[in-house]
Design a protein around this ligand. Structure first.
Ligand code: GLV
Length: 318
């Protein structure tokens, strides 16, 4: 029987205890994919991969033989822009269907809350008032979804089941398009998808190309009084343009789950703005058991000399 190769990795996070949260340790993968906290590493030269969430600036420096850095989330922007990660180091992500379902749930919740005006009904309830509100067939509402990766596709699927008119901006036309959904691919796709949208949902990955993509030009294309659901990354939002769009009424408001600075500072004016719904980067999260399995799978693939299935295309940035 072929000997299973052992591979060693290090857990790097300035924000959380990856070892206890994911149960990743020296016994992971039946002892074949061994993971260590930095203070447990006895031979830094033997470390071939890193499992990361927001690693510190110097985190990679002690490990000269790193071949792969794996994000424990869907987003790899913090690794792509990390100054200490060699440009030839492979980057992997987690691809978690449960995380995509959570994301879809958040997006649908925020869209319906706004479209059906549930906050108004809560006010009526507090006054003991029976005050039905008018409603429209979902197909009359245009929703633009920016992004059609694992997360974006799940959001679109959920909205489509509910009967909304959805247009999607994607890099290339999907192989498995959903019936009734309009897909815009390539150059100008984001702008085309946003045209006359009542709700704009951002699920794009953060790259050099998508930074500040939620800007005045895009907001101008929306229907008046549109609602933004921002579940990508804080850097997607051009904040000055956003504030102008709110003040002009172009945007009625927004659900913001991600911010340029996280946690959002307690004195940030967005907290007090009644047009905004602020949530603390909780639109979705990866499932610990899925993360652990995918880390082990990627470590095994690397040990076997294969390119891990979850490796991203660094030239595209996701
Ligand atoms: C969450 O933001 C993720 O990148 O998984």
């Amino acid at each position: 029987m072929a000997q299973t190769e052992t591979i060693d990795g290090v857990l790097l996070s300035a924000a959380m205890d990856l070892k206890s949260f994911y149960g990743l340790d020296a016994a992971a993968g039946g002892g074949t994919v061994r993971l260590f906290n930095p203070d447990e590493v006895t031979d830094p030269q033997a470390i071939r991969f890193a499992v990361c969430w927001l690693p510190s600036k110097e985190a990679f420096a002690p490990y000269p033989n790193l071949e792969m850095a794996m994000s424990i989330g869907a987003g790899v922007d913090a690794l792509m822009s990390h100054p200490g990660l060699g440009s030839d180091t492979m980057i992997c992500r987690v691809r978690d269907p449960h995380q995509a379902d959570l994301m879809a749930g958040y997006a649908v919740h925020e869209a319906l809350r706004h479209l059906r005006d549930f906050p108004k009904m809560e006010v009526s309830q507090s006054k003991g008032e029976w005050a039905p509100l008018p409603m429209e067939a979902p197909e009359k509402t245009r929703i633009a979804v920016l992004g059609n990766g694992t997360m974006g596709a799940a959001v679109t699927r959920a909205l489509s089941v509910l009967g909304f008119s959805v247009s999607v901006a994607c890099r290339r036309q999907p192989k498995d398009p959903l019936d009734g959904i309009i897909y815009h691919a390539g150059e100008g796709a984001v702008q085309k998808a946003a045209e006359d949208a009542d709700v704009l949902i951002n699920v794009l990955p953060l790259t050099g190309e998508t930074e500040n993509i939620l800007n005045a030009d895009l907001f101008d294309r929306l229907a008046d009084g549109a609602w933004l659901i921002q579940i990508g990354r804080g850097e997607h939002l051009h904040e000055a343009d956003f504030e102008k769009a709110l003040d002009s009424g172009k945007l009625a408001g927004a659900s913001l789950d991600v911010f340029r600075t996280e946690p959002l500072p307690s004195d940030h004016p967005y907290w007090q703005d009644s047009r905004l719904r602020i949530t603390p980067h909780v639109a979705s999260d990866s499932t610990p058991s899925v993360v652990a399995d995918q880390v082990i799978q990627s470590g095994r693939e690397l040990a076997a000399g294969k390119r891990p299935e979850l490796a991203i295309d660094r030239s595209q940035g996701y």
